[in-house]
Design a protein. Structure first.
Length: 253
């Protein structure tokens, strides 16, 4: 509940900032920061919201109640489990900006960002019965290291749109060897986004929307220290698990 209230207040503050910036500076009454885009490099910081989920590929394998795989053709009785991501939940993110000017219309950006969030997986067997202990919550506190190109449009008065494209790798810092589902520590993927730079009197403010698509399988299958070996049937139920992020940032530069 606290996350939801915080998210509503945060979005309200962002919308208020956006409206104020647009009303005061978008009509060209004053050209702010006229040399801002000529700097070779500059820095800034990020405050934002994020939402995470998984793309689940089920394996369709048969497992015993003890979590062991049953070989194909065996007469041993087992069951098939199916996993799915359940919902998007809001999270908070903070980061720093390092920006290098390449051309008047192109920048290279390195924006390491720390994400705080969690994800849920629901497992059902072939009869539609859900896992006895309910949904599995996967803590997803991670550090992302994206390297992106910023393609800037033409400046008009005190705003300038842009596009982002690049790659990123992430380091998961919230995983635990005792959890029913465990993620690999390292992931990698592609990132795309759009945004608008608003030139205020003393700094640039940029609302930005980005999407991250993980390319690697983040499911950890080697689990010698798992707390309950029976939970391995849920890991075995998935042949591939990839990450996806929706990121909304406010950049201060």
């Amino acid at each position: 509940m606290k996350k939801i209230v915080f998210s509503i207040l945060f979005i309200g503050a962002l919308l208020s900032s956006y409206s104020t910036a647009k009303a005061e500076y978008a009509h060209g009454r004053t050209m702010n920061l006229i040399n801002a885009d000529n700097r070779l490099y500059h820095f800034g910081f990020i405050l934002g919201l994020n939402s995470m989920d998984f793309n689940v590929t089920n394996s369709g394998v048969v497992s015993t109640p003890d979590g062991e795989l049953i070989p194909e053709g065996s007469e041993e009785v087992g069951e098939i489990w199916f996993g799915e991501d359940t919902k998007l939940s809001p999270g908070f993110s903070v980061g720093i900006i390092s920006d290098l000017r390449i051309f008047s219309w192109l920048d290279l950006r390195f924006t390491p960002t720390l994400f705080f969030n969690s994800r849920q997986l629901c497992f059902r067997n072939a009869q539609g019965e859900e896992r006895e202990d309910g949904k599995i919550t996967v803590q997803s506190n991670m550090m992302e290291f994206p390297l992106t190109l910023k393609f800037r449009g033409q400046r008009k008065n005190n705003y300038r749109p842009y596009l982002l494209a690049g790659g990123a790798f992430t380091v998961d810092m919230g995983r635990s060897s005792e959890d029913p589902i465990m993620l690999k520590q390292i992931d990698y993927g592609v990132e795309v986004g759009i945004g608008i730079d608003f030139y205020l009197p003393y700094f640039k403010l940029a609302p930005e929307l980005k999407l991250y698509f993980g390319l690697g399988d983040v499911l950890e299958r080697d689990r010698p220290e798992i707390a309950n070996i029976e939970d391995m049937k849920f890991t075995n139920a998935m042949s591939r698990l990839t990450s996806r992020l929706i990121i909304f940032n406010i950049n201060f530069e």
